[in-house]
Design a protein around this ligand. Sequence first.
Ligand code: SF4
Length: 191
Amino acid sequence: MNEFCPELWAEDPTPESQIDCQCCGLYQQGSRMIWGEGNPHAPILIVLDNPGAREYKEGNSMVCGTRQTLQQAIHEAGLCQKQIYITYILKRRPVRKYDKEQVRSICIRHLEEQLTSQKPELVVCLGNVAVQSFFTDPEVDVKGLRGSWHDVRGYQTTAAYHPLAVRRRPNLLELLKEDINFVSNKLDTIK
Ligand code: SF4
């Protein structure tokens, strides 16, 4: 296997029709919309809670630690950028307090549109926020769902730890790698 080196993945531009979305009010916090990154036609769609920092203060692009950790797990599972699309429950990064339940329930319509147009084979929710929003169930969590497939919104869906949690608790790295391997193995069976 080639040595892992984090890289900037191609950002999927926000559609013109959505770029000025003000549906939930989070636009007032000033962060730009991030529609997703990777390959929009990929068989695997990964869902995170919201985008993190993507640019340094001067405006140059960066790959934050969270994305580096996720890319590492993807690389070690033998997957690549063209097989994956990464997107979010919230398309804007919150920078202050906000009404989490309300904003998530509104913004998820963008993800629903993406699913309808992209039709991925597999969906992977990272972290409890993404899991609970996607499953529309506040009682479920990564621990209880990882390592198995669930029919959610018509998609084969699984769960894995959030890469930020992995960075805070490095003992979770092996579990994240296991989970991404689990996804890679499933993809092999449906190719
Ligand atoms: S967070 Fe989502 S719903 Fe709210 S303004 Fe941004 S794109 Fe629209």
